[in-house]
Structure formats: structure tokens, C-alpha cells
Design a protein around this ligand. Structure first.
Ligand SMILES: NC(=O)c1ccc[n+]([C@@H]2O[C@H](COP(=O)([O-])OP(=O)(O)OC[C@H]3O[C@@H](n4cnc5c(N)ncnc54)[C@H](O)[C@@H]3O)[C@@H](O)[C@H]2O)c1
Ligand SMILES: O=C(O)C(=O)C[C@]1(C(=O)O)C=C[C@@H](O)C=C1
Length: 365
């Protein structure tokens, strides 16, 4: 279906699971002016989400156009079956794994009801959980897999694509099993790599940890995620994850041999090869909006530790006309300044440095 021909999202939208993802979707739908109704086993999460303006508590009289199931993976099949039997709405879920819940739902509903179910998965999130971590901007420019089964009604698929587009994301139609193999590589393995590295820090001496810079923070951020959620994700995609872990085990053996061989006479170039393969892997990740990755460069600026200084820096970068792709802030222990790293398009970095310096900022090359 072309974008113009997609069924419009008119609401009401029912969100089951008012946590990080569900409340973020609800906030987008409220911003569109749609009626949003919320269900959650936690009354506290409903109260918090309604307080954030994400919608109102659902009642038995509501007749949703679309139900979005955003509960933990082990609860998805049950919540989808419940939504298909309670309503005549199109039902999607946002779970991180697609084949297992689809098989469980298909076992429990008639084919005519199954036609209204189309799984999906936004490739955006956070290491934080619950409605307070939600944001209507969460999905901007992100890929969002839509994984219809063979019997899905094309209009149901179209409505889910409309939701994705309204959330500012890019729909990618995929077979559920292929999706699961893909996320094992681009989400589940990276998560486990972060967990293993972060696990080495848990009992590390304080004087080692005091040296922590941006590298270790970049590599370990997602390891702060909810273990119960990730246990369920990994269990429902175990085969694909195990295949990749086996490959990584072989890579680790090769890496250990290469490090042990050193760079002395007779040593191979294995270590450089392994490091260069990492370069090739990072270069292969597409840029924002699915385009090719554009080379970026970091510009470091000292920002005085006073209210409003960061806003002034961002304002200046905006007036200079340079888009900030990413930002990291590091506090210099014992000094009243923060070191701010602005990640910008490589070709714009020198211009930004010079223009910031002329406005009185202290930069570091
Ligand atoms: N966290 C991420 O980065 C991310 C990204 C994309 C997709 N997902 C997927 O989205 C889903 C939700 O994840 P989240 O991070 O928003 O979790 P979350 O813990 O923030 O929210 C889950 C919500 O579901 C509620 N809930 C639990 N069981 C329920 C049930 N049976 N009925 C109704 N409500 C129930 C919880 O009370 C909670 O409010 C998961 O399936 C996850 O795999 C997560
Ligand atoms: O950015 C993050 O915090 C995430 O981990 C998000 C992330 C991912 O791996 O990209 C994690 C799991 C979800 O299924 C989808 C997205």
C-alpha cells in the first residue's frame, strides 16, 4: 500500500501496558488529538500515565479502532488474545520478539480474528522502564518492524503502518522469523556484550572506576535495563541468540590468541585484522532514517556549571547552523565546568569550533 492509501488512524487507540513503550505511543496519539484509553495491571502506572496526559483509563464501553499491546514478552500472547476477543479492533503488539507470540496467538484464536492481528516492533527504547521514562519523541527517525503473518488483513497491516508513521518512525515490513534472526544480531547480542563488560565492573576497585570516561559508558548503557524483561526477550529468541553466541565464543578464542601473540617478530597481523573488522561493522550500521552512515566528528566544549549554560550552547550551535547528531556530558571532578561532547557531521566540525570560539566558548581539539 502506498503511504497515501493507508487507512487513517482516527482512534480511539487502546494501549495495554502503560509502561515505557506503551505510554510513549499513547503520548504520540494524544498529540494527534486521538482518544486514548489505557489498561494496565498496575493501577499506579495508569495513574502516572494519565497524569502525564497519555490518555484516560479504559472502560467496558470503549470501542477502539486499534489496540496496542505493550506488555512484557511473556504476557503478550495472552493480552493479544484478550484484545481480539474483547474488541473488533486491529491489534498490534510491540514486543521485541515476533515468532513465538504469533504462534501462541494462532493456536488460540479463529483465523478470522487472527487476520486482525499484526505484530510490530519499534527499534527504539531505553534502559529505563515505566511510564515516567516515556517520551513522545522516542520513535523519531527510528526503524519500526511490521511483521504480518500470511493471513493478515492488508487493511490491518496498513493501519499499523499508519501508527508507525504517525509516531515519526519508518515502517519496515518483515517476516516474523527473519525479524527474530535480525534482532538477535542487532539488539540481543549487543545487549549481552554490554552485560558482560558491565559485569566486570560490579566488584572493581573504586580507584579503577574513578577513571571511567565516555568509552565505558557508551559500551555499557543498555546493561542497566530490567533483567526480568531481558530474561523473557532472550528466552523467546534463544535459538538465534545461541547461534550468535557460538560465533562470538570462536571470536573470543581468536582474540585471546592474537593478544597473546603480541606484535613481536613472527606474530601475525591477526589483532589488527580483528580490530579492523570492528571498524567494518560500525561502518555497516545505517545512519539515521535508514540512510548511509555519515561520518561524524566530536567537538568538545567546556560548559560552566551554571543554570542555562547548556541551553546557551545548544542555542549558539543552532544559530551557527550546525545540527547536533548526539551529545554526551562529562563532569570534570573538582572543577566547576562540564565537558560537553557535541557529535556533528564531520565536514561541519571545524566551522562549529571556530564559530563557538568566536562566541567565547572554550573548545578542546
Ligand atoms: N524497553 C525497550 O527498550 C523496548 C523497546 C521496544 C520494544 N520493547 C517491548 O515492549 C514491551 C514493553 O516494554 P517496556 O520497556 O515498555 O516495559 P515496561 O515495564 O516499561 O512496561 C510494561 C507495562 O506492562 C504492564 N503489564 C505487565 N503485565 C501486564 C498485563 N498482563 N496486562 C496489562 N499490563 C501489564 C506493566 O505494569 C507495565 O506498566 C516489551 O514486550 C518489550 O519487549 C521494549
Ligand atoms: O536504546 C536502547 O536502550 C535499547 O536498547 C533499545 C532496543 C535496541 O536494542 O535497540 C532494545 C530492545 C528493544 O527490543 C528495541 C530497542
Amino acid at each position: 500500500m502506498t503511504e497515501d492509501a493507508l487507512p487513517p488512524l482516527t482512534g480511539p487507540v487502546e494501549v495495554v501496558g502503560a509502561g515505557l513503550i506503551g505510554t510513549s505511543i499513547a503520548l504520540v496519539c494524544r498529540r494527534l488529538g486521538l482518544d486514548v484509553v489505557l489498561r494496565d495491571t498496575s493501577a499506579k502506572h495508569i495513574r502516572t500515565a494519565t497524569g502525564l496526559g497519555a490518555g484516560r483509563a479504559a472502560t467496558a464501553a470503549d470501542r477502539p479502532q486499534l489496540v496496542v499491546v505493550a506488555v512484557p514478552p511473556a504476557e503478550i500472547a495472552g493480552a493479544v488474545v484478550d484484545a481480539l476477543s474483547r474488541t473488533d479492533a486491529v491489534v498490534t503488539d510491540v514486543g521485541s520478539v515476533k515468532a513465538a507470540p504469533l504462534a501462541a496467538v494462532a493456536d488460540r484464536v479463529r483465523a478470522s480474528d487472527l487476520a486482525r492481528y499484526v505484530g510490530s516492533h519499534p527499534m527504539a527504547g531505553s534502559e529505563r522502564s515505566g511510564p515516567l521514562a516515556a517520551s513522545a519523541a522516542l520513535f523519531d527517525g527510528r526503524p519500526w518492524a511490521v511483521t504480518p503473518h500470511a493471513g493478515a488483513d492488508p487493511r490491518a497491516v496498513g493501519l499499523v503502518e499508519s501508527l508507525v508513521l504517525e509516531c515519526g518512525a519508518a515502517p519496515l515490513l518483515m517476516d516474523p522469523a527473519e525479524h527474530d534472526r535480525a534482532v538477535a544480531r542487532i539488539s540481543h547480542l549487543p545487549h549481552l556484550a554490554a552485560v558482560l563488560v558491565a559485569g566486570r565492573l560490579a566488584a572493581a576497585p573504586a580507584e579503577h572506576l574513578a577513571l571511567s570516561g565516555q568509552g565505558v559508558r557508551d559500551v555499557t548503557r543498555v546493561a542497566a535495563s530490567d533483567p526480568a524483561l531481558w530474561q523473557q526477550i532472550l528466552e523467546s529468541n534463544a535459538d538465534a541468540v545461541l547461534d550468535l553466541l557460538g560465533e562470538v565464543r570462536a571470536d573470543l578464542d581468536a582474540l585471546m590468541s592474537a593478544v597473546a601473540a603480541g606484535s613481536g617478530p613472527g606474530a601475525g597481523t591477526d589483532l589488527v585484522d580483528i580490530l579492523a573488522r570492528g571498524n567494518a561493522g560500525t561502518a555497516a550500521i545505517p545512519g539515521k532514517h535508514g540512510g548511509p552512515a555519515r561520518p561524524t566528528r566530536s567537538v568538545f566544549v567546556s560548559v560552566p556549571d551554571h543554570p542555562g549554560e547548556l541551553a546557551r550552547l545548544f542555542g549558539d550551535a543552532g544559530e551557527i547552523g550546525v545540527n547536533i547528531e548526539d551529545v554526551h556530558i562529562d563532569h570534570d571532578p573538582g572543577r566547576p565546568v562540564g565537558l560537553t561532547e557535541l557529535v556533528v557531521e564531520k565536514g561541519r566540525a571545524e566551522h562549529l569550533l571556530a564559530a563557538l570560539e568566536s562566541r567565547g566558548w572554550t573548545t578542546h581539539r
